[in-house]
Design a protein around this ligand. Structure first.
Ligand code: DC
Length: 235
């Protein structure tokens, strides 16, 4: 469901692509921006996490391309888009609650390197993009999935700061790994995600870089809105 159009809502459908590494604040910023613009919010990491959960459940190796291809072929993945979350339904079962564990994060990073999974999810993502204006967050939104997106941002932050944020999020939910483990995982995922051969995490040449190391979500969203509004006024 789209959020209610906020101040500055624009009329023509458009896509905002927000890429960047884990913990840079993409989720908070993308949700806030989607609300302000009155458009759909799509967390594409949830899709990779959904495939990873199913592979783990079925004991499919995270590099078993045939097994992963078969899994995708028989998978009906539906999404429920709300302003606060991308809920994932796999063959009718809502699997959203199990998507955010550290194990699933690492498994999602591993399967996201498999071209067969990326190709399948490319279609899923592009079909959502036809539904109206959307803010998509991910790793390859501006480079591969929506190279013609009207607005492209690459949001980054110092890895230590990202680890502290992610650790805080995890401890708020219950028993969590130590900060050292969280930072190690974040650095490992950064490496996996940016060095894989298919659609690595990268900033599109025409993306605007924003660094959230010393900025809170409000400040980042304010910068984005200024850029978007300025472009809308010009066009
Ligand atoms: O954004 P996230 O942390 O929920 O993403 C989980 C993993 O999925 C991430 O390590 C890399 C992968 N991913 C991707 O390769 N491409 C995307 N567009 C989104 C996520």
């Amino acid at each position: 469901m789209p959020g209610r159009p906020g101040q500055g809502a624009v009329v023509n459908p458009f896509i905002v692509a927000i890429d960047g590494p884990a913990g840079a604040g993409k989720t908070t910023v993308s949700q806030m921006l989607a609300r302000r613009l009155g458009c759909l919010y799509v967390d594409t990491g949830a899709l990779y996490r959904g495939v990873a959960v199913l592979a783990m459940r079925r004991d499919i190796g995270l590099d078993d391309d045939l097994g992963l291809a078969k899994l995708c072929e028989n998978l009906k993945m539906d999404l429920e888009l709300t302003p606060d979350a991308t809920r994932v339904l796999a063959n009718g079962e809502d699997i959203t609650a199990g998507l955010r564990t550290p194990e699933v994060s690492m498994a999602a990073s591993a399967i996201s390197a498999r071209p067969v999974v990326r190709a399948w999810l490319l279609t899923v993502q592009r079909s959502i993009g036809t539904k109206g204006s959307c803010v998509f967050e991910g790793r390859d939104m501006g480079t591969v999935v929506f190279p013609d997106a009207k607005f492209k941002f690459f949001l980054t932050a110092d890895p230590r700061v990202r680890a502290v944020r992610r650790h805080k999020e995890l401890t708020a939910k219950g028993p969590a790994p130590s900060l050292v483990e969280v930072e190690r995982d974040i650095r490992l995922r950064d490496r996996n995600d940016s060095t894989r051969s298919t659609a690595p995490m990268a900033a599109a040449p025409d993306a605007i870089f924003l660094d959230s190391t010393e900025k809170n979500a409000d400040e980042v969203v304010k910068s984005m809105l200024e850029i978007i509004r300025e472009a809308q006024e010009i066009n």
